[in-house]
Structures are given as C-alpha cells and as structure tokens.
Design a binder for this molecule. Structure first.
Ligand code: AMP
Ligand code: GLY
Length: 423
C-alpha cells in the first residue's frame, strides 16, 4: 500500500522512514519532502503543498493513509478536508488543532478542565497588559496567541522586557494576526520534557519520552529556536511522574475535548515543566509530533507504526501497544549559517556518513540542486544515534558530525547535558 506524509522537515523524514519499514508498505510519498526524502529508499517526493492538490493526489494514487507532520496545515483544516473527501488521515481537525493554534483557547481549556498549567490572563489592549505586568512583576512570560513558528514566546526577566514584548506584539504588530492577542503567564521553574501521545478521540497511547534543547547555544544560552537537539527517554520523567502526567494531563485533555464536542485524534504533544517535587504543569500543547524529538523517539520504536496508526483510526488505541528499544537515543541538529534569524540557503553539504543501525542522519532544510546536496532551511540535518547509555549515543552522534561539513554549520556540543547530570 501507499502512504503520504505531509511536510518537509526532519520530523517528516523520520516519520516517512519509519513508515517505510512496515512490511505492508510499498511506498511513502512525502509532500513536499527534502533532499533526504528525495533519495531515501522507499520514499518519493511529491512537489505539492496546497491542501486541495494533496486531496486530489491522495485520491488519484489510492493512498491508504495520510499522516500530517506540521501544525500549519492542521490549523488550516487539512484533516477536515481529507475526511470530507472520504480519505483516511491521521491528525486533529482544525477545531481540535486550536489546542496549539490558539494559546488563549488552550489556556481556557486547561482552566475549564482543571489541567495544571501556569496562571494566566489574556489581553488585546496593550495598556491593560502593561498594567497586569506591573501588578504581577517579573519574571513573567508573554506569548502571542497564534502560531508564530517558535518566535511567539518571550520569557521576560524584567518588567521592562515584558513591556517591550507587549508593545511589539500588540502595538508594533511584529507577529501580525498571531500577536494581536497575548497571553501573559506566570514564569514556571523546573525541568522541561516533551510528552507525546497518540490519540484516537477517546484513548491515548504514549510514545517514549524525550527532552528538547530550545536555545541556540551551549549552556541553554542565546535565542529560542525550533529545537537544537533532543534525546529519549527523558530521565526526568520517572515512572511515577509518567503515571501522574497520564492521569492529570493527558486523560483530562482527551476527556475534556470529547466533552466540549471536539474529540481529539492525532499526535498530542504536551510540553511540560516538572518542578522539584515532581509536579508537572503544561507549558503548551502542540497538535503534532515534536521536531527534533521525533527523530530520536522513532529510532527507538520497535513496533510497526502503521499498525498503531490503524488502531488510532479505528478508535482502538486501548488495544494497541508499543515496544521500544531499551537503549538511549539522541538527535543533534546541524543548523545553517544565520539560524534562527536569517538562515542562509545554498551551502553545499559534504561528508554525510552512510546510515548504519546505530546512527542515521535525517534531513530537514536540504535540497538537491543540480545533483548536489545543499542547505535549504534553518535546521539542515539531525544526526541521530543510539547507544547503551546517553554517553555512548552522544559520542556516536558527535563522531558522525565530525565528518559532516557545510559553510556556516552551527550545532550545540552539549545535547543531553541534563540527562548526563542525572546519571
Ligand atoms: P512554548 O512555545 O509555549 O512552549 O514556549 C517556548 C518556551 O518558552 C518553552 O519551551 C519554555 O522554555 C518557555 N516557557 C513557556 N512558557 C513558560 C512559563 N510559563 N514559564 C517558564 N518558561 C516558559
Ligand atoms: N521541538 C519543539 C517543537 O517541536 O515544538
């Protein structure tokens, strides 16, 4: 059978590669894909992005199942349109995707259903927002309501910084419509983790846990990015905390969405802050898999992903199980010159190691231009490795990275540092 993966990042390369391992799968189309999915055995790029053209393609090619990677098409209603055309698709509807596409929606939802999260207030008026910040004091977090590709959150250390963020979003319209409403919330402290589950509207099946590294530079310094590296599992999520998160965050979210008349199916990603007492609060929901978390997570998946997705579409995830490689995995992102502000495109990439069972390079911002592999986006590659320990996985990844070259290549040398500290 033929499958379709929508997207062009490292997450989609990993997703398509994983699905292609299924014995039932003949081919995985990736729309539009990247330089890695262009050459990976079993995958084929399709130069399409507009939803109606994807619907027509899936029909024409008799695609058995479509899996949507990024949030933008989900928030635009790709799942609703595929379903309306009678096509099988895995992801949340446009209404359900509001858990990510509107922070205000997500916050009101969490308050309504008693899901632990930071205290907040929502504003469209800059003067009211400023007055709130004066009252609350710093540190405080200012978030654009809408999708802002990772640029919508300012963790302000001072009241002045918070004011500047409010002014630039509400008065300067720096983020356009996405920033026309802001959520201001209490600054939480602790350790972050990514908790991702598959949902079928009623049941949730957790994937392996992971931890992302959002800042550009070593030591968690520099600007926020989409994510510079991740590893799995995240030891901060002990079995006890895992059970609590399922009980206090995931189940109430599924039940709440169903009760509100917008049942949630698709991947659901809860970004958590875990405090010193093991209490988890939800920083945000994403209505999709994380990038780069997906790359280290999926290399550990031993079960047939397609079989699990079939359960999700049938509403029988309670009868599905996943088996994970007991080893630790890591993914280190190699980013382009100028990332995240203004990534440069067109730098030739050399020295990519051949994939082996312990190390594999997933592509993101790459493209084949006149037969050469060149950079074509901010996050270029994700070098993913497995090892009996985080330390071993990490050395493997960095050994592979030592061979890879492109002008302006940036990467963090400390991916996994929190996990190492715990051992
Ligand atoms: P978000 O897009 O909401 O996940 O925010 C991006 C990043 O900002 C998160 O990964 C956190 O590092 C940080 N952040 C968001 N909300 C808070 C908060 N309430 N307290 C502290 N840090 C936060
Ligand atoms: N790596 C964070 C995200 O995918 O949102």
């Amino acid at each position: 059978m033929k499958l379709l993966v929508v997207g062009s990042g490292g997450r989609e390369h990993a997703l398509a590669w994983t699905l292609a391992q299924s014995p039932r799968v003949q081919k995985v189309f990736v729309a539009p894909g990247n330089g890695g999915t262009a050459t990976e055995p079993g995958l084929e790029n399709v130069p399409l992005a507009a939803i109606p053209t994807l619907v027509a393609f899936a029909k024409r090619e008799n695609v058995y199942l479509t899996v949507v990677g990024p949030e933008a098409p989900l928030a635009a209603g790709i799942v609703d349109q595929f379903r309306a055309a009678g096509l099988r698709v895995f992801g949340p509807t446009r209404a359900a995707a509001q858990l990510e596409s509107s922070k205000d929606f997500a916050k009101r939802f969490m308050v309504r259903h008693s899901i632990p999260t930071a205290r907040h207030a929502t504003f469209t008026s800059a003067s009211e927002a400023r007055a709130y910040v004066e009252r609350e004091g710093a540190p405080i977090v200012v978030k654009a309501d809408g999708l802002a590709a990772g640029k919508g959150v300012v963790v302000a250390a001072t009241v002045e910084e918070a004011r500047a963020a409010i002014d630039s979003m509400l008065l300067g319209q720096r983020l356009g419509e996405a920033g026309a409403r802001v959520v201001i919330e209490e600054c939480l402290v602790g350790e972050e983790a990514s908790f991702i589950v598959l949902c079928d509207g009623a049941h949730a099946l957790p994937l392996a846990t992971s931890q992302d590294h959002k800042r550009l530079l070593d030591g968690d310094l520099g600007p926020n990015t989409g994510g510079m590296g991740a590893y799995s599992p995240a030891p901060v999520i002990t079995p006890e905390i895992h059970a609590r998160v399922m009980r206090e965050v995931i189940q109430p979210t599924l039940q709440g969405m169903a009760k509100d008349g917008i049942p949630y199916s698709g991947f659901l990603y809860a970004g958590l802050m875990i405090d010193a007492n093991g209490n988890a609060k939800t920083l945000e929901f994403n209505c999709r898999l994380g990038d780069p978390e997906t790359q280290p997570i999926l290399v550990r998946l031993k079960s047939d992903l397609l079989g699990v997705l079939d359960h999700a579409l049938a509403g029988t995830l309670d009868r599905a199980a996943t088996e994970w490689d007991r080893r630790t995995s890591i993914g280190v992102v190699l980013a382009a010159h100028g990332y995240p502000e203004e990534p440069r495109k067109g730098d030739p990439i050399a020295g990519l190691p051949a994939a082996n069972p312990d190390c594999r390079v997933f592509h993101a911002g790459t493209r084949i231009e006149a037969g050469r592999l060149v950079t074509h986006g901010g996050r270029v590659l994700c070098v993913t490795a497995l090892g009996d320990s985080l330390r071993v996985a990490r050395s493997r990844a960095y050994e592979a990275i030592a061979q890879i070259r492109f002008d302006g290549m940036q990467y963090r040398k400390d991916i996994g540092h929190r996990g190492l500290k715990r051992h």
